[in-house]
Design a protein around this ligand. Structure first.
Ligand code: GAR
Length: 229
């Protein structure tokens, strides 16, 4: 059995970020193993992709449970059955309750399509344009009970052009997300990373600001400046 850190990936949609992580594993940029892909939607593309690659899948739909807490308990039992080191939210479009989130404190991460703390929640591409901002990006953060508000580990940035629409922004950002997520996971796996209260410590250095892909962090998850910033 593989000694690599074990990932459980949770996805509600097409699964391109899951696939980017899987590609990084296949190409040996990421020394991890994906134990399962779990979805809250039976028609999620992520489930189909995982099945094609021989990865275990599970679908747990909230409509089969009377209460959100029952749904989340079932989800937790399913996840724990795979004994993951990391729970990786990759387009999992459901707000998770505080008990669930606390159970995975310091080992559950999420990718969000904005430069957090800007634009938590939905429709980030449209909101960047409405706010007249000239830069956009994506963030990988630890999940805490407040939505999209956990400490940010790493970000990728890109300029907003005058002719951009929400769709063109989304299209340009997605390939950057596909670089950011595996790189951040590699960082978490290769270094001693701890979440202490709201602080992220990497090899015992507190991270003052999120790492930026291409500046502080390379595509293999290596810190460009020893010890980070
Ligand atoms: C990605 O853009 C991801 O950043 C976003 O959903 C998309 C999933 O795409 N996540 C969120 O908005 C979470 N709040 P994918 O299914 O192709 O990976």
């Amino acid at each position: 059995m593989s000694e690599y850190p074990r990932l459980v990936i949770m996805a509600s949609g097409r699964g391109s970020n899951f696939q980017a992580i899987q590609d990084a594993i296949e190409q040996r940029r990421l020394a991890a193993t994906t134990c399962a892909v779990i979805s809250d939607r039976a028609n999620a593309g992520a489930l189909e992709l995982a099945t094609e690659q021989g990865i275990d899948t599970l679908c747990i739909e909230p409509r089969h449970f009377a209460h959100r807490t029952d749904f989340e308990r079932a989800l937790m039992t399913a996840i724990n059955g795979f004994s993951p080191n990391w729970v990786v939210l990759a387009g999992f479009m459901r707000v998770l309750g505080a008990d669930f989130v606390r159970h995975y404190h310091g080992r559950m991460i999420n990718i969000h399509p904005s430069l957090l703390p800007r634009h938590r929640g939905l429709h980030t591409h449209r909101r960047v344009l409405e706010a007249g901002e000239d830069e956009h990006g994506a963030s990988v953060h630890f999940v805490t009970p407040a939505l999209d508000a956990g400490p940010v580990i790493a970000q990728v940035q890109m300029p907003v052009a005058q002719h951009d629409t929400p769709d063109t922004l989304a299209d340009r950002l997605l390939p950057l997300e596909h670089r950011l997520y595996p790189a951040t996971l590699a960082l978490l796996i290769n270094h001693r990373v701890e979440l202490r209260d709201e602080d992220i410590c990497i090899d015992d250095h507190t991270l003052a600001t999120p790492l930026r892909l291409g500046r502080d962090l390379d595509d293999h998850g290596r810190l460009v400046e020893p010890g980070g910033r």
